[in-house]
Design a protein around this ligand. Structure first.
Ligand code: NDP
Ligand code: 8X3
Length: 253
């Protein structure tokens, strides 16, 4: 069977590593993201091994999402796995210091983008039936609060609950849904979160052992290739060298 994976945010980090991991296993790839030149570079790298279709796409644009899905070439039309990976955190400052526009960007990307893509691809996944998998990339921030998490963490809590609710409605269709919730992983995530501050990004990952994009790609491959009767609901994955802190207390000085 021709296995096809549709990946959002394939131009960097987890999405790009996932494209490489599934290419290694011979899957056909639909690669999306806003940066066309990166999609082209990845296609050039992987098209020697597997069939690759690229589609520059901003997941916030529901009309564009539907067009990309409607115009999938025949060989890529039957999707087996959807990886809803496109997303971002912005403004690690306290909530009261954050520009409203940054909150809107996170909601539009992490929530609206996620539902746009899921809604457009659900008919294709239902057609595939048994073994079809939706992998949503959540975060530990969707389950555990931390300072500066505000809308980012809340958007990832949406990812988790949306996935659970989808599972209820998709019962009997064979379509699986998994929330993979990573902790700290070294990608371009912190560069984006700090609006291009390479020093801050380097500092966060220095002197410890974060997850890699390849670690998460391997988890995605694992859940998507389990026997059809197994659904991993949620997979929370942290670096061994990351854990929780005590509660903060406000004290009189
Ligand atoms: P990267 O910044 O490396 O990759 C993010 C990807 O999302 C890029 O390919 C980017 O592509 C894409 N993207 C962002 N906005 C849009 C948009 N509007 N439309 C389409 N694509 C978009 O970060 P990661 O790989 O780390 O992040 C991937 C996912 O993992 C995100 O959902 C993130 O929240 C989540 N995550 C990350 C963790 C980490 O520590 N790294 C931990 C937990 C979860 P382009 O800019 O070309 O559009
Ligand atoms: C982000 C993961 O550990 O930076 O989704 O909160 S962490």
């Amino acid at each position: 069977m021709n296995n096809v994976i549709f990946i959002t945010g394939a131009t960097s980090g987890f999405g790009r590593a996932t494209a490489r991991r599934f290419a290694e296993a011979g899957w056909s790839l639909v690669l999306t993201g806003r940066r066309r030149e990166r999609l082209e570079a990845l296609r050039d790298e992987l098209a020697t091994k597997v069939a690759v279709h690229i589609a520059p796409l901003d997941v916030r644009d529901a009309v564009a999402v539907k067009r990309v899905v409607d115009e999938l070439p025949e060989a890529f039309a039957r999707i087996r796995t959807l990886v809803n990976n496109a997303g971002l955190a912005l403004a690690p400052e306290p909530a009261q210091k954050v520009a409203l526009a940054d909150w809107h960007t996170m909601i539009d990307t992490n929530i609206t983008g996620l539902v746009n893509v899921t809604h457009a691809l659900l008919p294709r996944l239902l057609e595939t039936g048994a073994g079809a998998t939706i992998v949503n990339i959540g975060s530990v921030a969707g389950a555990w609060p931390y300072p500066g998490g505000h809308v980012y963490g809340a958007s990832k809590a949406f990812v988790k609950q949306f996935g659970y609710n989808l599972r209820c409605d998709l019962l009997g269709t064979g379509v699986r849904v998994t929330d993979i919730a990573p902790g700290m992983a070294e990608t371009e995530f912190t560069l984006v979160r700090t609006k291009g501050n390479q020093e801050a990004s380097d500092k966060l990952y220095r002197g410890t052992t974060p997850l890699t994009a390849e670690d998460i790609a391997e988890q995605i491959y694992y859940v998507a290739t389990l026997p059809d009767h197994i659904n991993i609901n949620r997979l929370e994955v942290m670096p061994t060298r990351q854990a929780w802190s005590p509660f903060n207390i406000d004290r009189d000085s």
